[in-house]
Design a binder for this molecule. Structure first.
Ligand SMILES: Nc1nc2c(c(=O)[nH]1)N[C@H]1C(S)=C(S)[C@@H](COP(=O)(O)O)O[C@H]1N2
Ligand SMILES: [Mo]
Length: 430
């Protein structure tokens, strides 16, 4: 290393400064960060610190940490529970800190988690999956059996149908973690469900639906149409290169790409083929869309195209009154690929296209970024995506015209973040 290189500050890859970030995060609203526009290098050169203590002694042996954890300085980048949403500790919604993540893959420890009856501790050696109903040879599979089938790995998003549900009526929550954090994206590995259906010889004429049942205390059951089962549904055991975490269905779950999260039944123990939907609790009482006329619409499968700016986002603060900021966020569609994302800084009056990070793949998160110079006056940041079917993400007003304000599920409206003159970022509806 030559002299100059030694004196150059390593650029903090975070848009925020560690210490400030941690102090700020002590508060109630989790996941807030401070955004600082790029400092000039010249100013930093005079203040480059002498060799720090950690450069002057040997570090601790790596063997003390056989399964790696994030740096203690990142201790506030965690899933957060919304105390108001579930009334028992076993029934949880733990939201992904979207504001703190880069790229598109959600680390396993931060994958959002939704459980209706707590986390069962499933012994993979005792666990069995039964596949029966309208099939020639019903079968019971062990985990070893499942691991021997030809596998596939695919990157997909998973979004709870209730994600952003609090926004139907009024602005309810301050941060993107709580507005959009029932959303994650991972590389899932497992067996295509179609492979198992071939294995048992399903009844091609009569079978129209598959029922999936979980081994948790909730005994969660959902119907999926056979066309999804034969298309890209997977029996998943791997997530981001390792076995599923207990929270996400260890040792095996169903995964239905592009479809609302509840259909991806965790701790999967039973699949049954039938000729009609089962109308279980989770598809009658819950996960049905209450329409303005008071009727409920069942079986809204697909998560339509949606996007959100994750930085700057609610609860963050722009420290420099004027200057450069990168606007970045995520876009996804349950129908295929994201074709375009437009960003507005004036509440939707003018739009310009954002850059999309390659590769852009089907039913996966797509990262978008765009440059922005804030002039210090209030601004309204929005993103709007278009998928490869040509579908355009709607405004909240448009959604409410058809759906009213009493829904919980399937809110894919354009999100607005207001930047105030003090740099504070707030969740607003326009
Ligand atoms: N067996 C079982 N499967 C389940 C659930 C559950 O409570 N039990 N929750 C569902 C819901 S509502 C969602 S949104 C997803 C969440 O998956 P994740 O916890 O891996 O993010 O799992 C679904 N599968
Ligand atoms: Mo969900």
């Amino acid at each position: 290393m030559d002299d100059i290189e030694k004196r150059l500050p390593r650029r903090d890859p975070l848009p925020a400064i560690g210490a400030q970030r941690r102090n700020l995060l002590g508060g109630l609203v989790g996941g807030t960060t401070t955004l600082i526009a790029g400092r000039t290098l010249a100013a930093d050169l005079h203040n480059f610190p002498p060799l720090p203590s950690w450069s002057q002694q040997l570090g601790r042996p790596v063997a003390t940490n056989p399964y790696g954890k994030p740096s203690p300085f990142e201790a506030n980048i965690i899933r957060r529970l919304s105390p108001g949403l579930t009334t028992t500790r076993e029934s949880t919604i733990a939201f992904t800190p979207l504001q703190n993540l880069f790229g598109t893959i959600t680390p396993n420890g931060l994958h959002f988690e939704r459980s209706h009856g707590g986390l069962p501790e499933v012994d993979p050696y005792q666990h069995r999956l039964i596949l029966h109903g309208l099939v020639k040879n019903p079968k019971i599979y062990t985990m070893e059996d499942l691991l021997r089938f030809p596998a596939v790995s695919r990157v997909h998003f998973l979004e709870c149908g209730a994600n952003t549900g609090m926004e139907w009526n009024n602005v309810a929550v301050p941060t993107v973690q709580f507005t959009h954090g029932m959303l994650s994206c991972a590389e899932y590995t497992g067996v295509l469900l179609s492979t198992l259906l071939e294995d048992v010889g399903f009844d091609r004429k009569a079978a129209k639906f598959v029922l999936a049942e979980g081994a948790d205390a909730a005994g969660l059951t959902r119907t999926i149409p056979l066309e999804f089962a034969l298309n890209d549904a997977m029996i998943v055991y791997g997530q981001n290169g390792e076995m599923l975490r207990p929270e996400n269905g260890y040792p095996v779950r169903l995964f239905v790409p592009g479809v609302q999260g509840v259909s991806s039944v965790k701790w999967l123990r039973r699949l049954e083929l039938g000729d009609q939907p089962w109308h279980t609790r989770e598809e009658t009482m819950h996960y049905a869309d209450l329409m303005p006329d008071g009727k409920s619409q069942q079986f809204t499968w697909i998560q339509e195209a949606k996007s959100v700016i994750t930085s700057p986002s609610g609860g963050q603060r722009l420290l420099d009154k004027r200057g450069y900021y990168q606007i970045t966020g995520l876009a996804w569609s349950g129908r295929g690929r994201i074709k375009r994302v437009d960003v507005s800084t004036d509440g939707g009056r003018s739009w310009h296209p954002a850059q999309l990070q390659e590769p852009i793949t089907s039913k996966a998160l797509t990262r978008f970024r765009t440059d922005w110079v804030w002039d210090g006056v209030p601004a309204l940041l929005q993103s709007r995506c278009i998928d490869d079917t040509g579908y355009v993400q709607p405004k909240l007003r448009q959604l409410r015209e058809g759906r009213g304000t009493r829904s919980i599920y399937h809110n894919n409206a354009i999100q607005t973040w207001r930047i105030a003159t003090d740099g504070g970022v707030h969740n607003v509806q326009v």
